[in-house]
Design a protein around this ligand. Structure first.
Ligand SMILES: Cc1ncc(COP(=O)(O)O)c(C=O)c1O
Length: 302
């Protein structure tokens, strides 16, 4: 599914560094670390009528990623929250909004990899856009297995939510050529890791199964789905999952802030949907939608 330009985003204001600028002026320096080496960390958050969803969980992960990358002078949480609040208020955004929060290592005094060339601290970007969930979650998506492997901690730990997304982008390109919506990525042992932009779950005999978070992002939506399932007495197992098992699944779905819970209807040309009418998936979608108020922070409370 290709996202389209939303005319409501033509005149938005974007937070860069210390303040808000108009979309056309929202730029970073050619010396910025994100340009030089994809040297930045990020989060994608959703704003519902009830507020910003799982804000502190996203800020925890942003901070962990920045620390793992040895960023100096990570902005205090109060500063980031205020930047988010100001950005949403100035744009009048209180629902149907996606926030792309990026923290780059900042500007370098000269081009190069060495973080010691960064002498002015990290750069915060709050890009809030009108953007309903990107997939049609009533219809679902078709996926294919990519030849590109998801990073294990052996190479570049997928638990760092960094902007060096080339392996996921290469996988996405494969799925584009294959004419499907998303790419399924395996880990270095050949087990399922996740899709190029979302985590994955399958259902077999009324049991929910998801790959262990070894070679995938430890998704916040993934964690909430596990929690909701346990609260509602739905058995959940985190373990290695092979492609063979997915082919024989009763149901499968992806999870992520961008698309929420998205049924998977086809894997590598094989139909998944309809084996059990996606009953459990839709039950979890309902539970997830009903739970927005539990984990959302009101904009005015920031
Ligand atoms: C590769 C990847 N997997 C999964 C996710 C979903 O994570 P979350 O549920 O925290 O949005 C994301 C979101 O950024 C992602 O980039």
């Amino acid at each position: 599914m290709l996202q389209e330009f939303d005319a409501r985003n033509a005149e938005i204001k974007v937070w860069i560094g210390q303040g808000l600028v108009s979309r056309k002026d929202a730029k970073v320096s050619v010396f910025d670390s994100s340009v030089q080496g994809g040297d930045a960390v990020w989060e994608g958050l959703r704003v519902y009528e009830q507020g910003i969803f799982c804000l502190d969980k996203h800020l925890d992960r942003l901070q962990d990623s920045a620390q793992a990358m040895d960023f100096v002078e990570i902005p205090p949480r109060s500063f980031i929250k205020n930047a988010i609040k100001q950005t949403l208020l100035v744009n009048g955004m209180r629902k149907d909004t996606h926030i792309r929060l990026t923290l780059t290592r900042g500007e370098k005094v000269t081009s190069g990899m060495d973080p010691r060339l960064n002498q002015s601290g990290p750069l915060l970007i709050v890009l809030a856009e009108w953007k309903p969930p990107v997939y049609d979650n009533t219809k679902g998506i078709r996926i294919m297995t990519s030849a590109i492997r998801r990073n294990s901690p052996m190479h570049l730990d997928s638990k760092i939510h960094h902007t060096n997304l080339i392996n996921n982008i290469l996988a996405k390109i494969q799925s584009n050529y294959a004419g499907v919506d998303s790419a399924l990525m395996l880990d270095n042992l050949g087990f399922i890791a996740e899709m190029n932009g979302t985590n994955i779950f399958m259902v077999k005999n009324k049991e929910l199964i998801t790959p262990t978070a070894d070679a995938c992002l430890h998704g916040i939506t993934r964690a909430l789905v596990i929690k909701l399932a346990r609260e509602n007495s739905i058995p959940v197992i985190e373990r290695n999952v092979s492609l063979t098992e997915l082919y024989a699944a009763d149901e499968a779905f992806g999870t992520g802030s961008m698309g929420e819970l998205t049924p998977i209807t086809e894997v590598d040309g094989r139909t998944i949907l309809n084996r059990s009418n996606s009953k459990l998936t839709h039950h979890l979608i309902d539970l997830f939608n009903e739970s927005h108020h539990r984990w959302s922070v009101e904009i005015n409370d920031l």
